[in-house]
Design a protein around this ligand. Structure first.
Ligand code: DX5
Ligand code: ZN
Length: 216
């Protein structure tokens, strides 16, 4: 059974609390929180004070996606703020520092994850597969919601699922970017079990039906 992780980036910011409550009422169990620094990606979004505020009002699983350079500088703050999963980009630092960051996250009782951008090959995450609880495959260039799904990422998704099955079969495989009811099916067929949806979820006329359809 798949898990939906609605991306709060696409919520109505003037009714943020209501949208969080409504997300829970839709039956979703996770919430995807996109953190952008204006360097790693050409956009800005939330900081850790947002994660802390969200943690106070919800028991949704906070799936925090760091789109920031040198995540080792900020990982501890996001863990303390209440992230349940904290995913960092493999492109965001040296191999040594990525190892250190994942170990740090784990030592703080948070589930570490590693993310790959569309142009990054599957092999880039091989050194980390035995120490993560989630791998996230981007199906758009990170930075903005509402972009078109890149179907050509499906072979990479399948390869990563096969790599994980050998060394860490319990690890989640998540997709993020352009996921809707149709593209979700293709992702599931290729091994994804966690599906992020921003614009498709918050724009859905019936969020409950959307969640049920993704998680069926
Ligand atoms: C993009 C973000 C996504 C974004 C997805 O950089 O990582 O999580 O919110 O939005 P949609 O589902 O609209 O593509
Ligand atoms: Zn994301």
């Amino acid at each position: 059974m798949a898990i939906l992780s609605p991306s709060i980036l696409s919520a109505d910011y003037m009714h943020f609390h209501a949208d969080m409550d409504n997300t829970k009422q839709s039956g979703a169990r996770w919430l995807h929180v996109d953190i952008m620094d204006g360097h790693f990606v050409p956009n800005l979004s939330f900081g850790y004070s947002w994660v802390k505020a969200m943690r106070k009002i919800t028991d949704l699983v906070l799936d925090v996606h760091l789109m920031i350079d040198t995540p080792i500088k900020y990982a501890e703050e996001f863990c303390k703020a209440g992230a349940d999963y904290l995913t960092i980009h493999v492109e965001a630092d040296t191999e040594e520092n990525i190892h250190k960051t994942l170990d740090l996250i784990h030592s703080l009782g948070v589930k570490p994850g590693i993310v790959v951008k569309p142009k990054t090959p599957a092999e880039a995450i091989a050194p980390y597969l035995d120490k993560v609880d989630m791998v996230l495959v981007m199906t758009v260039e990170p930075g903005f919601g509402g972009q078109k799904f890149m179907a050509d990422m499906m072979p990479k998704l399948k390869t990563i699922r096969q790599m994980l099955d050998k060394v860490n079969p319990a690890c989640h495989l998540e997709v993020d970017g352009g996921v809707d009811l149709q593209t979700a099916e293709v992702c599931k067929e290729n091994g994804a079990d966690v599906l992020v949806a921003g614009s498709a979820f918050y724009g859905a006329a019936d969020r409950k039906a959307f969640t049920a359809q993704i998680e069926k």
